[in-house]
Design a protein around this ligand. Structure first.
Ligand code: BTN
Length: 259
């Protein structure tokens, strides 16, 4: 299928007023969205490959052919610029789109990862710029979503080979990728336009793989074992560390493997 058709599939299926930019390969769709934030109101940047994909804490996000990489540019009201909410909203939108398009159940690992068969198949990175002196249009959020649909030919790089996975063993056509991109965008705007209603957090919690599991928590200064108990209305992960209840706003949390 020619690339133009990929773009048309997405464009024809998106139900909301957004500018769509589609690319075979870019440096990073998040960077592109940020660089162009003043040119668009709501826009979607989609790519089939990224040379310089970025993840949380400015880590690199491996983005070879076989994946789908997209960023949604928004100019939200200041009161909904809370990044954690957008991350969770995007996670629910993505899990539901994967279910709808491929009939595959995937699960969410707080706060920004999606898992399938115990492997990370998707990461979400929200970046916002807010200036409280400015007019609303100068403020923006970019919600970046990267999904491994098929595994790279020569496998994942050494540093992520034990944690990264893909949704399919075989191929995934551009048509399927286009349908997935459109459904993610539609699901996203359906929930986003309904804010401040955050009923989707219930679904986020239901799809979470951490609740009631023994976990390893890595914060900036500490690493400890705990049991994940809940995710509260402010998106904090609540854990029990030897009887002490701790609210985590951000941390790397993984399920403890039993030997
Ligand atoms: C993470 O796992 O830490 C988040 C990864 C986010 C990757 C996506 S891919 C589309 C967008 N462009 C980027 O450079 N990053 C995000």
């Amino acid at each position: 299928m020619i690339f133009k058709t990929f773009k048309h599939i997405i464009k024809n299926r998106i139900k909301y007023q957004v500018d769509l930019k589609a690319y075979r390969c870019v440096s990073s769709t998040n960077d592109l969205a940020k660089e162009n934030n003043a040119c668009f109101n709501n826009a979607v940047f989609v790519a089939l490959r990224q040379k310089n994909g970025r993840g949380k804490l400015n880590r690199s996000f491996y983005s070879p052919k076989g994946g789908l990489y997209l960023s949604i540019l928004l100019h939200p009201q200041k009161n909904i610029m809370e990044m954690q909410i957008l991350t969770q909203l995007a996670a629910v939108a993505t899990v539901n789109a994967i279910k709808y398009v491929f009939d595959i159940n995937t699960y969410i690992k707080w706060v920004n990862d999606i898992y399938y068969n115990n492997k990370k198949i998707c990461g979400i990175l929200c970046e916002s710029s807010v200036n409280f002196e400015s007019t609303d249009l100068e403020d923006y959020s970019v919600v970046g979503i990267g999904i491994n649909l098929t595994a790279p030919k020569n496998g994942f790089p050494k540093d992520i080979e034990n944690t990264a996975g893909a949704l399919f063993n075989g191929k995934c056509s551009k048509k399927q990728k286009g349908r997935l991109a459109a459904h993610i965008v539609n699901n996203f705007f359906k929930l986003y336009n309904n804010l401040p209603n955050t009923d989707f957090l219930k679904e986020y919690k239901e799809k979470s793989i951490l609740i009631n599991k023994p976990v390893i928590v890595k914060t900036l200064n500490d690493t400890f074992s705990a049991v994940a108990l809940d995710i509260d209305e402010n998106s904090n992960l609540i854990v029990n560390k030897n009887g002490e209840i701790i609210k985590l706003n951000s941390a790397d949390v993984s399920v403890k493997q039993c030997n």
